[in-house]
Design a protein around this ligand. Sequence first.
Ligand code: PLP
Length: 406
Amino acid sequence: MKNDITKIRMDFPILSEKIYGKPLVYFDNAATTQKPRIVIDTINEYYSKYNANIHRGVHFLSNFTTTATENARETIRKFINAGSHDEIIFTRGTTEAINLVAFSFGEAFISEGDEIIVSEMEHHSNIVPWQMLCERKKAVLKVIPFDDNGNLETEKLNNLISDRTKLISVTQVSNALGTINPVEDIIKTAHLKNIPVLIDGAQAAQHIKVDVQKLNCDFYVFSGHKIYGPTGIGVLYGKKELLNQMPPYQGGGEMISKVTFAKTTFNELPFKFEAGTPNYIDTIALAKAIEYIENTGLDKIEKYESELLEYATTKIKTLDWIKITGEAKHKSSVLSFVMDGIHPSDAGVLLDQMGIAIRTGTHCAEPVMQHFGITGTARASFAFYNTFEEVDKLIEGLKRVKQMFG
Ligand code: PLP
């Protein structure tokens, strides 16, 4: 893969841009990834040539775009190996997908005194919707802790599970620590007690091959914009038998079967959960992003990104004034760190002047920061279009930051 990087980078127009006259070094991939030309061109092409509202037209353009949207659903079904296209629901992103489940699953299955388990390393998107549900239903939120290296203490899960546990919702990869969690084990443990599991794949699907049938998760969610696709589109996978028992999340067009003032009946899956005009053009472009990474090869991507992470980790460890936050046994492309006497955002601003984009702050994971008693970290997050030379630039940049701060 190393030999293909120059060619791969040419597929991403933004990577040739200069920031303050310096070549862009983009290490903020956990926040959002850059888009290959095929994604940008697809959006342009559909708005230029094929735009029409889907699912309800009799004319050529509507039918054309409807077919492209449903083909995109099929591409995504295959990508995560879901059993049926009815199990693929389009949302605005991971956040909306989790809110959908928290509301609809909550309405169907959660009563006063029931319990939901999340982990201490969740993104706010996988905490707050459950807190809101617990508040609404007088249910209880329990938390699986992680150790100081960032490994989830899954051995504590059995003690947290009770006969009131109704759902477990955990991230596959932590956006703040990079930890890859043993979600297969969590799912097996939960299923022994018939507890469904939601996996937040926002930081996983772009790095690790996902097979929802093999994982046997009950729900799987991810965002298009983090997997080289457009913003405003995401995916909820849910097992049919659960989705069929859950009420709609929003009411409106397309999610109905028949409407009268006396009674409304709802459409079948997946449309029951897709009220209103869907974001069809970004759906079609998301499928192009997925085809792009499949053609590149997720196994190659995973291998290359772990080499990049290992290289960056080894290099950063030579700087004795930097401490890595999160050194779990299994990690994906995230390198979070704190610096002696230098605030992460000061370092971020100075690196930006050098053309190097990293993220600083809490990464929407405040409980992770509370665990370590810190206010934030600096985070470099990698994608397969990043290079070893860019990592060297980051290290040199950090050395300059240190000099500026004396
Ligand atoms: N979950 C995780 C682990 C994330 O990293 C993020 C975003 O950073 C989200 C959920 C929320 O994703 P989105 O903002 O695309 O809905």
